[in-house]
Design a binder for this molecule. Structure first.
Ligand code: DX5
Ligand code: ZN
Length: 212
């Protein structure tokens, strides 16, 4: 299981040290939650801070857009060469075109599904995606309770991916901890995002290895 700690739960007064600590602590990606206060009722960080994170991170960035006007934000963050940029299908009229744009920038495109959105909604996009991010909380905040219907959704998505002979990754985001990570792995999930579970642990290294 690959681990992508969400920096939303980090101490922003010591962000440099926090990024170094999760990278040295064995994480696989740095999950960056971008929220614009429109798509979700919260507002987080923009290119100034993400640029600072990109400078100090020694692991690839996994940028999760929770915004209106996805294309505008893709252009803002592409210069930092993240590994993934994911956008919400619920907020995109032309997802296939945006996937092509992200890939054209040399970045792996991913689509995010909110808890209510069925995996069938992106069936005809699967072959163009490197990853599908399944939300296991309602987007906007860290530290929320895990929505367990994501397990069934991950199993259905995995079956769709296998049926098409693809190797699209599945990432689950929200309320992940050492209690539910095994069930996620058994459901075919490849990457888990964990914010509160990692950053509330005295040892980030122990928290990350407990999820692996
Ligand atoms: C929520 C974010 C998640 C969140 C995960 O909108 O997309 O990445 O920060 O944090 P935890 O693991 O605390 O639920
Ligand atoms: Zn996220």
């Amino acid at each position: 299981m690959k681990i992508a700690p969400s920096i939303l739960s980090a101490d922003f007064g010591r962000l440099n040290d926090e990024i170094k600590a999760i990278c040295d602590g064995g994480c696989d990606y740095v999950h960056v939650d971008v929220m614009d206060g429109h798509f979700v009722p919260n507002h987080t960080i923009g290119p100034v801070v993400v640029g600072a994170v990109a400078k100090v991170a020694t692991k690839p960035l996994d940028i999760h857009l929770m915004v209106q006007n996805n294309t505008f934000f893709v252009d803002l963050f592409a210069p930092f060469k993240p590994e993934f940029i994911s956008f919400h299908i619920e907020e995109e009229k032309h997802p296939h075109r945006l996937i092509q744009k992200i890939r054209g920038l040399g970045i792996k495109p991913a689509i995010v599904l909110n808890p209510h959105t069925p995996p069938e909604s992106i069936e005809f996009l699967l072959e163009d995606l490197d990853m599908v991010l399944l939300m296991s909380v309602n987007p906007g905040f860290g530290g929320q309770k895990f929505i367990s219907s994501v397990i069934e959704k991950a199993k259905r998505l995995k079956a769709m991916i296998e049926k098409k002979g693809l190797n699209t990754l599945i990432e689950v985001d929200g309320g992940v901890n050492d209690k539910n990570v095994k069930e996620l792995e058994n459901a075919g999930v490849d990457i888990v995002v964990a914010g509160n579970y990692v950053f509330s642990n005295p040892s980030y290294k122990k928290a990350i290895s407990s999820l692996k």
